[in-house]
Write a protein that binds this ligand. Structure first.
Ligand SMILES: Nc1ncnc2c1ncn2[C@@H]1O[C@H](COP(=O)(O)OP(=O)(O)O)[C@@H](O)[C@H]1O
Ligand SMILES: [Mg+2]
Length: 240
């Protein structure tokens, strides 16, 4: 019997436990005339170590869906389960703690803290998460993205590509199982954007990190294992 159940390596993604399972999610934001039903009956399963390219027209709900996956936005209905933990079971503090440990987030506009150096931007979230050697770990993550000589620079003293590399080091530092990136190359020129994407895919390959990458670039999306398209807040076609 055992031999029927145990398998040394899964034959397909459907046999690997989900890293992210989204079921029947709806989300409406805004009030009065500005109320928008943004996410409509979204169900999506993403396997551990899978890379998903999330594409769709501007305004189709891509950023909102990423925020829901990261636990930064709570849906009105439905369920989000990440690494076996249902967000419905967590309060705001619990969600923040879960995110700090398991989910890395990279934004188009970097979102670095301007009054902190590169090193502090990476180290402070680690310190808050109770990591003992936060500073050393931050320095080695920054070295790994090629910023060993920029540890004490402030964001305004760094180029866009360098700022995004700091943001990558910050996202990678807690060794998250899941990384969501919202148009991480959107503010960068092509060559610089390519370096950022290469770092993302290298980490995905090296650590088996599940990757959800929002992009306008269909060639970039094609580098992922699977492309999911959103249209007017719904998953389009056979994306699930
Ligand atoms: N806080 C908000 N209140 C009201 N509407 C919002 C809010 N955030 C986003 N929207 C609307 O939701 C839709 C989807 O937005 P978004 O997820 O940012 O799309 P995308 O990332 O695909 O461009 C857009 O029409 C946007 O205007
Ligand atoms: Mg967006």
């Amino acid at each position: 019997m055992d031999s029927l159940i145990k398998r040394s390596s899964p034959a397909s993604y459907s046999e690997i436990p989900d890293a992210i399972a989204i079921s029947d999610v709806n989300l409406t934001l805004g009030s009065g005339a500005a109320r928008v039903h943004i996410l409509k009956d979204i169900s999506l399963r993403i396997a551990a170590a899978e890379a998903i390219g999330l594409i769709g027209p501007s305004g189709s709900g891509k950023s909102t869906l990423l925020m829901v996956m990261a636990g930064l936005e709570r849906p009105d209905s439905g369920e989000v389960v990440v690494n076996g933990t249902s967000f419905n079971a967590l309060d705001e503090d619990g969600l923040a703690r879960f995110r700090g440990r398991h989910v890395g987030i990279v934004f188009q506009s970097f979102h670095l803290i301007p009054t902190m150096t590169a090193l502090e931007n990476v180290a402070v979230p680690l310190e808050l998460a109770g990591v003992a050697d936060a500073s050393q770990r931050a320095a080695s993550e920054l070295e790994a993205v090629g910023l060993g000589a920029r540890l004490h620079h402030y964001p305004t003293q760094l180029s866009g590509g360098e700022q995004q590399r700091v943001a990558l080091a910050r996202a990678f530092a807690p060794d998250p199982a899941i990384l969501v990136a919202d148009e991480p190359t959107g503010n960068l020129d092509e060559a610089t954007g390519q370096q950022i994407v290469d770092l993302l895919f290298a980490k995905h390959a090296e650590r088996g990190m599940t990757l959800v990458l929002v992009t306008h670039d269909t060639a970039l999306a094609q580098r992922c294992d699977r492309v999911v398209r959103l249209r007017s807040g719904r998953i389009d076609g056979a994306g699930q």
